[in-house]
Design a protein around this ligand. Structure first.
Ligand code: HEM
Length: 506
């Protein structure tokens, strides 16, 4: 009883002291920006209240901060900085790169699924993969391989599915179609396997895709726990989501291991995919090869489909932009003596400057990776004067950055592809102001490939079909996960055009 009383007294004393320091002794606050902070709970109540509109809410908070940067804390010693300031972004992603790794927390959450693959490693393990991959991603042979795969998938699967939907007047979920496309494509790139998720019979691949999706969603779900101990206990007991996660990981690993084993045994040795290029290094164990491949599939899986889904939604209410894209494609096609439906070459895709701008403008407002987080290794001061301490988190908020007046001007919330065009040519933006593909040493390796895929699909679809988006005037809700996916997909009606434009050929 006595011990209890001392404890209660001590707790009461600490609480009083805290409140005294917080309210009575603190200087009168004049600021009314940043996150609202509550005694003991920090910003937690606000985070919980706004969790359903997290991106929009944090964008407003950052827009009201003098340097577009806010600091927060939550119970359990969690401290973090969120920034939409290009100088801070450059500092964390490039100038002081070594101080802002992914960090142990991020890596341990995804480790069961991704192991030490490029997406989930720091330091030496990351460096060796990055070196091989950077070299390979720049080879002409890999670009041609990607080009060929994209062209075949469009011609033999995507266009026939859309034609069929037009014939039968059936509504489609465009997001689902684009995700299947991207999955088939990235599997070909990673280990030259066609899972046939879009239009193929998909028997072997569909299970792999489903398991991959579950593993990605359930692994990223671990980030959402207010108390991380909870998922660890579930993992230990093998119950609920952690049990499902383990099952899906087993399926993914078995599928990948089988392919890697057969390749190591020397079968199918003339493949041009990424796996063959990493097998070249005999120090890479079969498990490490698997980690590498899975990371690439994850990186290339949902991103292009997310960008294109938002792009087609925007186009549905912007006939002016669609007309300009059509006119550009038509000019290039006619110049090169092609018919509608003929695939475009790499050079022809490069000439589509306005289409490039329209897709980039989509990603400015709807970035496929809306927010990205790093850990802080040592105390530091950011260029805008914000103090950050060891073990804090720091996130750069790409979604908010696309909507900052300081970066894009008064019309920042308008969709205007023209802002990317200078003298008729696409003008690329400083990557620290537009970090959609990350920036600095860890910049996305698949950027060029992504544009090839997105432009090929957009050009092929826009010339041949009219898309009618259901509820086109309402901005679709999104799911908050690693990528910006639409909640409930994007239902569209498809109408194949009467191809009068082909007459322009002659
Ligand atoms: C519109 C499409 C894409 C966008 C917006 C995008 C964006 C990003 C972003 C933001 C990162 C940094 C993630 C982080 O470190 O936390 C990243 C990394 C990466 N991306 Fe992409 N990506 C796209 C498509 C692709 C494609 C098609 C591939 C090809 C497989 C790819 C391969 C990678 C790889 C390997 C990394 C890791 C780089 C490293 O850590 O060194 N990406 N991407």
């Amino acid at each position: 009883m006595e011990v209890f009383s001392i404890q209660v007294f001590f707790l009461f004393f600490l609480l009083s002291l805290y409140i005294y320091l917080q309210f009575l002794n603190a200087p009168k606050k004049t600021k009314n920006y940043g996150f609202k902070t509550y005694p003991l709970l920090g910003a937690l109540p606000e985070f919980l209240m706004n969790r359903h509109q997290f991106l929009e809410w944090t964008t407003k908070v950052l827009a009201n901060c003098p340097t577009n940067t806010a600091v927060f804390h939550r119970p359990g010693g969690v401290h973090g900085v969120i920034t939409a300031n290009p100088l801070n972004v450059e500092h964390m992603l490039k100038s002081n790169f070594e101080n802002y790794p992914k960090g142990i927390r991020f890596i341990s959450l995804l480790e069961d699924f991704l192991g030490n693959g490029i997406f989930n490693s720091d330091n030496e393990l990351w460096k060796i993969q990055r070196k091989t991959a950077s070299y390979e991603f720049n080879t002409k042979s890999l670009r041609n391989f990607v080009m060929e795969n994209v062209t075949v998938e469009i011609r033999t699967r995507l266009l026939p599915i859309l034609s069929k939907a037009s014939e039968t007047k059936r509504f489609l979920d465009l997001q689902d179609i684009l995700e299947r496309f991207a999955f088939d494509n990235v599997c070909k790139l990673a280990f030259n396997v066609d899972p046939g998720c879009l239009g193929g019979d998909g028997t072997a691949g569909a299970g792999f895709m489903r398991a991959f999706e579950d593993a990605a969603t359930l692994s990223s779900g671990r980030f959402m726990y207010a108390f991380p101990l909870l998922w660890k206990v579930k993992k230990f007991l093998q119950v609920g989501t952690e049990q499902r996660l383990r099952e899906s990981i087993v399926t993914v690993h078995e599928f990948a291991d089988k392919i890697i084993r057969s390749r190591l045994e020397g079968k199918d040795s003339d493949d041009q995919d990424l796996l063959s290029r990493f097998i070249g290094n005999e120090h890479n164990s079969p498990e490490f090869l698997r980690d590498i491949i899975i990371s690439f599939i994850l990186a290339g899986r949902d991103t292009t489909s997310s960008a294109l889904t938002w792009f087609f939604w925007i186009l549905s209410s912007r006939p002016d932009v669609k007309e300009k894209i059509l006119s550009e494609i038509e000019t290039i096609r006619v110049q090169n003596g092609k018919r509608i439906g003929d695939p475009f070459s790499l050079e022809e895709l490069r000439d589509m400057q306005y289409l490039h701008a329209a897709i980039s403008e989509t990603m400015r407002l709807y970035p496929p990776v809306p927010i990205d987080t790093k850990a802080c290794l040592n105390d530091d001061v950011l260029p805008d004067g914000t103090v950050i301490k060891k073990d804090w988190f720091i996130s750069y908020h790409t979604y908010a950055m696309g909507r900052m007046e300081n970066i894009w001007g008064k019309d920042c919330c308008e969709y205007k592809p023209e802002r990317w065009i200078e003298n008729g040519m696409y003008r690329s933006e400083n990557p620290f102001r537009f970090p959609v593909f990350h920036a600095g040493p860890r910049m996305c390796l698949g950027k060029d490939m992504a544009y090839i895929q997105m432009k090929s699909i957009a050009a092929a679809v826009i010339e041949k079909f009219e898309m009618e988006v259901v509820n086109k005037d309402t901005c679709p809700a999104h799911v908050l996960s690693l990528t910006l996916r639409m909640k409930g997909g994007l239902p569209v009606g498809v109408k194949e055009k009467v191809l009068a434009r082909n007459r322009k050929m002659s």
